[in-house]
Ligand binder design. Structure first.
Ligand code: UDP
Ligand code: MG
Length: 335
């Protein structure tokens, strides 16, 4: 890992800001089994936030049901620095829910979600704030390259974005993750979205607002390992597509129409053939192929229907997105 002095600082320095003194930044950090790397994370983050004065800040860390001693480490930091607030969730709810918990608790004029593994360089916050001061409601951090990803992961991610952006109601910008700065107005809009199953990248895109971009290079994870394996990424991709598009539902009507039309013409052809040449008994293979093909398509259609019905089911239960077991730090005497 690079030492703070080796880091490439943004070309813009805080002296060029026209900060209104009271503006406050809320940094939201979801943490799941990140104990090893948190000390280095706070070192780097606090250094850059210190350089960003006169902006005030709060750092909201969410312990998303970690099984290591992440919570203890977070509490230790919250005891040291009153600007650090720790939300302990009652179990692992997943990154999207943890982010929602942090964003709900944020009271700043701008909110910046940040991964705890230092893959999102905190130094970029300075450039984001500069764009924000220049009038952007959302400042997106775009990954310059995906060299830290496995080639297969890169291929699948590209495919996901292409499919999503073709069929979904609003486009997700490519190579942009949760790392971004959002003005309070955007955060207030986000809080109005009631869905329980939250695909944050999609929700961020859905609310819109004026945006600009800064670029960054993803650093390798500084310690521990990613919690997003192929299965979780697949679930997230399904979540993304079914949250923002009903095309997979509607497409079966067109498919059915096409197959029915082809079947009609085929039926006419058989009638004509039978009248002209008599009954043709062979046809077992084509019959079986047609039955299996249609059976497969019907099952696929039912499966997709099931995915949406499942979503209606879980949304209709109206369960909370996350449960906070305890809040530490800030003005809370329990810390
Ligand atoms: N994370 C979380 N809950 C989870 C999984 C991950 O809060 O169930 C946090 C994790 O601690 C990290 C961020 O989400 O701060 C991104 O996770 P990770 O680095 O595993 O994902 P990747 O960078 O590989 O997409
Ligand atoms: Mg990561």
């Amino acid at each position: 890992m690079l030492a703070p002095h080796q880091l490439q600082m943004p070309t813009l320095t805080h002296s060029s800001f026209t900060a209104s003194d009271s503006r406050r930044l809320s940094i939201v950090v979801p943490c799941f089994n990140e104990a090893q790397g948190l000390d280095a994370f706070f070192d780097r983050l606090e250094l850059i936030l210190h350089q960003l004065q006169p902006y005030d800040h709060e750092i909201i860390c969410i312990d998303d049901g970690s099984s290591d001693n992440t919570l203890d480490v977070l509490r230790r930091h919250a005891n040291r620095n009153s600007r650090i607030i720790v939300l302990e969730l009652s179990r692992n709810f997943g990154k999207e829910a943890a982010l929602t918990a942090g964003i709900d608790a944020a009271s700043g004029d701008a909110v910046i979600p940040l991964d705890a593994d230092l893959q999102h360089p905190p130094e970029l916050i300075a450039a984001m704030v500069e764009h924000w001061e220049n009038g952007s409601d959302v400042v997106l951090a775009r990954r310059q390259s995906r060299t830290t990803d496995h080639p297969l992961q890169r291929f699948i991610t590209q495919g996901f974005y292409r499919l999503h952006n073709t069929i979904a109601e609003c486009e997700i910008p490519k190579d942009v993750g949760d790392f971004r700065l959002m003005d309070k107005r955007v955060v207030d809009a986000l809080k109005q979205l009631p869905e329980r199953r939250r695909f944050m990248k999609g929700l961020f895109a859905w609310v819109g607002f004026k945006h600009s971009e800064v670029e960054f290079t993803v650093e390798p994870r500084q310690s521990g390992k990613s919690s997003f394996n192929a299965r979780r990424l697949w679930i997230l991709a399904l979540e993304g597509i079914t949250s923002f598009s009903t095309v997979p539902l509607v497409v079966w009507a067109y498919m059915g129409f096409t197959v029915a039309t082809v079947a009609l013409f085929y039926g006419c052809w058989i009638i004509i053939k039978t009248l002209a040449f008599g009954i043709d008994v062979p046809g077992y293979a084509s019959l079986l192929t047609a039955i299996l093909f249609l059976g497969g398509i019907q099952l696929l259609g039912i499966g997709i229907l099931g995915e949406y019905v499942g979503r209606i089911y879980s949304e209709s239960k109206q369960r909370p997105i996350y449960i906070i077991r305890q809040r530490y730090g800030g003005n809370n005497p329990d810390a």
